[in-house]
Design a protein around this ligand. Structure first.
Ligand code: SF4
Ligand code: SF4
Length: 241
């Protein structure tokens, strides 16, 4: 899940500047679970805006905000409300907000409206209990969990070591982040428990940072096949003329 935290009211009012009419967008997925972009949070922010004399011309929880087709349809559905808006605030993750901003910038009736992030995007994480999240994955592009007993050293070791431990742990605590147990000790324990301690005898090569060049793009093979078919049909059509 993508973990987000709502920006402070002051930060948001600073972004809104002199805007008077505002559209609020949320997201039905991660931001709703994190309580940063569901209906309840949009209503709460609407109340704050009203106390400062601002008007909310539309409120919509996108399902979800990172799906361009969904966002496009939703923006068309609130076309009239968007016409007089001075700003849009997107209470989703940075991905959702960029999806909204890109489409708003492309559509004739909205291209002049600024889109502001309502949330700060923190990390990809796991829910440990209601309202508590811990970072779990940096989306590094080459998953190492297969030989580490399912524990991520890239994310959970303060130095991101692939050949740990560094030797600096104090007791079982990390020398850099004393709040956390040294992840390499956890990895050793887990590998011992599943009979795979020998995995540590192999020296791992440095991570391939070419797999982590941004922005990354991923296209499914089914999408490529569909595109190839479309191109072939278009070519056949041209040849027939
Ligand atoms: S190695 Fe860690 S950061 Fe990389 S994909 Fe696997 S879980 Fe994510
Ligand atoms: S003490 Fe453990 S978790 Fe901390 S930096 Fe060293 S190897 Fe990584």
């Amino acid at each position: 899940m993508i973990i987000t935290e709502q920006k402070s009211g002051e930060d948001l009012f600073a972004l809104l500047g002199s805007a008077r009419r505002v559209v609020l967008l949320g997201c039905s997925e991660c931001a709703t679970i994190c309580k940063t972009g569901g209906t309840e949070q949009l209503l709460e922010f609407e109340k704050k805006l009203k106390t400062r004399g601002l008007e909310v011309s539309a409120r919509c929880v996108l399902n979800p905000a990172c799906n361009a087709q969904v966002v496009k349809k939703a923006l068309k559905g609130i076309r009239e409300e968007l016409a007089g808006a001075d700003a849009i605030v997107s209470f989703s993750c940075g991905d959702g907000t960029q999806t909204v901003a890109k489409l708003v910038g492309q559509m004739e009736h909205t291209f002049h409206i600024p889109v502001y992030p309502g949330n700060d995007t923190l990390f990809l994480g796991e829910t440990t209990r209601a309202g508590e999240y811990v970072e779990a994955c940096r989306a590094c592009g080459r998953c190492e969990l297969g030989w580490t007993g399912g524990i991520c050293p890239v994310t959970c070791c303060a130095k991101g070591l692939l050949n740990g431990p560094c030797g600096g742990a104090k007791g079982r605590q990390c020398e850099v982040n004393a709040d956390e147990e040294c992840v390499w000790l956890r990895i050793c324990d887990r590998l011992a428990a599943i009979g795979q301690l020998d995995n540590l005898l192999e020296i791992r090569p440095p991570r391939d940072y070419l797999k982590n060049v941004h922005p990354r793009r991923h296209v499914l093979e089914s999408r490529r096949s569909a595109d190839r078919l479309k191109e072939a049909r278009a070519k056949e059509g041209q040849d027939a003329k």
